[in-house]
Design a protein around this ligand. Structure first.
Ligand code: ADP
Ligand code: MG
Length: 329
């Protein structure tokens, strides 16, 4: 792809973005992009700057320096257009939904704000809500009588009512139980697939990664990693593969022995009686490792080559939480 073609295919392009509140830089030089129809995840701990990114993309906060483009337009120069290009699903839906209105009535209210005709709004809302798993009964029930997951879906529908090419979602899965988090993500994937909407979803939870085509890891206003899930995993020793060893039991002594095997860069727990060894060229190392385990008298039940997933990635790269785990110089 030439540079010109790449620029055309980009839906979101953020270049060295800085946002300061007084002396404090909430974003300190952030760059990333998303092609049209991507499902981009921005992941970071609380306070990392995730919401600030979305506020820049919706024109609510101006960059201190750097640039942000949506659909090729500079968000600071085309603010009227940007509200048509992006839909926004806020973190707390009770701040945006009318609880006495039904889903369809909420849609009509929000759609009118964009100057849409009631017939057009209803057709569109029904289409989106159907993809989101709503039947006639759910569409016409007061929002206050819907469950948490259903309300979240209504607020997703409102964010998309004006057919924006980009939907920004601020922590859409936070506060839902595990089943509803995956359900919500599956519905978002479905909308992404059916309507071709580019999704930008922010989360403090790693479990969204498996749904994403590309991921940004945001730490203290800086991007620590940006790439496809596969690219991030390929930066692990073993490039996405590791050796899984099932042991009769795990003791500190055995763990120390396993960790001291030559070439082993990291050992992660992998279930009750199993560990994963991160090692360069794990498929070539499998026989030498078996030999060494035998030589050192470390009993094991099974050893196999397995794929690494995102949980492994973050075990190897420990996740900083809210200023915790700061290293001392
Ligand atoms: N209007 C503001 N004034 C001052 N500080 C702010 C403002 N908005 C956000 N911040 C600070 O910027 C940092 C990033 O905030 P935010 O983007 O909301 O983080 P996240 O969404 O990742 O939790 C936080 O330390 C927050 O306190
Ligand atoms: Mg936030």
């Amino acid at each position: 792809m030439s540079d010109a073609e790449k620029t055309q295919a980009l839906e979101i392009d953020i270049k060295d973005l800085k946002v300061a509140f007084g002396d404090f830089y909430a974003l300190n030089g952030v760059s990333f992009f998303a092609y049209k129809k991507e499902f981009l995840g921005i992941i970071g701990a609380s306070g990392a700057g995730k919401t600030t990114v979305l506020r820049v993309l919706t024109g609510q906060v101006g960059p201190t320096s750097g640039q942000a483009f949506v659909g090729g337009f500079d968000v600071t120069k085309k603010s009227d257009l940007i509200s048509l290009l992006v839909g926004y699903v806020p973190q707390l839906e009770h701040l945006s939904l009318y609880y006495d209105f039904t889903a369809l009535q909420n849609a009509e209210f929000f759609g009118r704000c964009f100057g849409l005709r009631p017939k057009e709004i209803e057709k569109r809302a029904r289409n989106i809500l159907t993809i989101l798993g709503f039947d006639e009964e759910l569409m016409t029930k007061a929002v206050k009588r819907l469950s948490g997951g259903e309300r979240k879906r209504v607020s997703i529908c409102l964010g998309m009512i004006h057919d924006p090419p980009v939907l920004l979602l601020d922590e859409p899965t936070t506060g839902l139980d595990a089943h509803l988090r995956h359900e919500t993500l599956n519905y978002l994937k479905e909308l992404n697939y059916e309507l071709g909407t580019t999704m930008v979803i922010i989360s403090h939870d790693l479990e969204i990664v498996d749904y994403c085509t590309r991921v940004c890891l945001l730490e203290d206003g800086l991007i620590s990693q940006f790439g496809t899930p596969e690219e991030l995993i390929s930066t692990l020793p073993g490039k996405g593969e590791s050796l899984r060893i099932v042991l009769p039991k795990i003791t500190t002594g055995i763990m120390n022995q396993v960790m001291s095997l030559p070439g082993v860069e990291y050992v992660a727990a992998a279930g009750r009686n199993a560990v994963k060894l991160f090692i360069d060229d794990p498929d070539k190392q499998i026989l030498p490792i078996i030999k060494m385990l035998n030589q050192r008298g470390i009993p094991f039940e099974e050893i196999s080559l397995v794929e690494s997933d995102f949980f492994d990635y973050f075990q190897v790269k420990p996740w900083k939480d809210n200023g915790g785990g700061e290293s001392t110089p």
